[in-house]
Design a protein around this ligand. Sequence first.
Ligand SMILES: C[S@@+](CC[C@H](N)C(=O)[O-])C[C@H]1O[C@@H](n2cnc3c(N)ncnc32)[C@H](O)[C@@H]1O
Length: 265
Amino acid sequence: MEKLDWLAANRDLWNSRVKGHMNSDFYAQEAFEKGACSLKQPELALLGDVRGKEILHLQCHFGQDTLSLQRRGAQCTGLDFSNEAIEAARVLNAKLGLGAEFVCEEVYKAAEAVMGKPFDAVFTSYGTLGWLPDVGRWAEQVAACLKPGGELVYVDFHPFLWTLNSSGSEFAFDYFNREAIVETSDQSYASTEQKQAVEVGWNHPVSEIQQALIDSGLQLEKVQEFDYSPYNCLANLVEEEPGVYRWSQHGNRFPMLLAVRARKR
Ligand SMILES: C[S@@+](CC[C@H](N)C(=O)[O-])C[C@H]1O[C@@H](n2cnc3c(N)ncnc32)[C@H](O)[C@@H]1O
């Protein structure tokens, strides 16, 4: 599939998800507007104290995580290729008077979009690299957006998870990045309010992600795997403890999250 096709298809898909997501229980927008933080423990622990830091948040969707970081004292720029998401994020930012910035652009043009401004940290989480064909190009953008000594905080579902079907009952996909995975969906992990749309994704093994960061000049500082999902975003997950979701048939036997902190030398 040509680049323009996957980019256009995925943008179209994500544009069609924004309204439904903002109305969903999953994103709990009312509580967020009243002050609830949308960030989860794995990323909060890796990010540490963000007060005074300039942070670029890649694939920010409609801005809840960006604005949560802003509320914690960072100066944030959120970037996403969905014009609907960025428009919603800007409205929310203004409504809450938080002073973040939002840029509408695709990840592979991030450095250009922020006009070469270097950040103390780049943050990205939960549903990110699976939308990109080439992790090397992503890592180059991350490095280009960081000051020397600046850090990437990456937290996402573990690449192993994407070998399974959506209910976790059987192996369905290659662990390795062999080809684009093209599917049609009419609902998302958060909402049934979505038009029928094509989605194009890629699986990226752990080695590919880590090597891409090393090749782009980042030093791996912390690599973690978690045996749970903090989100109830896959079919048949059970909340075993507050905020700890797993498939009961698998228990805690395999990783569900991968978290990395890497620093630009
Ligand atoms: C699952 S969300 C991740 C954000 C966060 N976990 C959340 O739930 O708010 C994925 C986001 O990636 C964005 N996205 C997908 N492909 C992209 C690309 N090539 N460039 C920029 N943004 C992209 C989508 O528009 C969407 O907002």
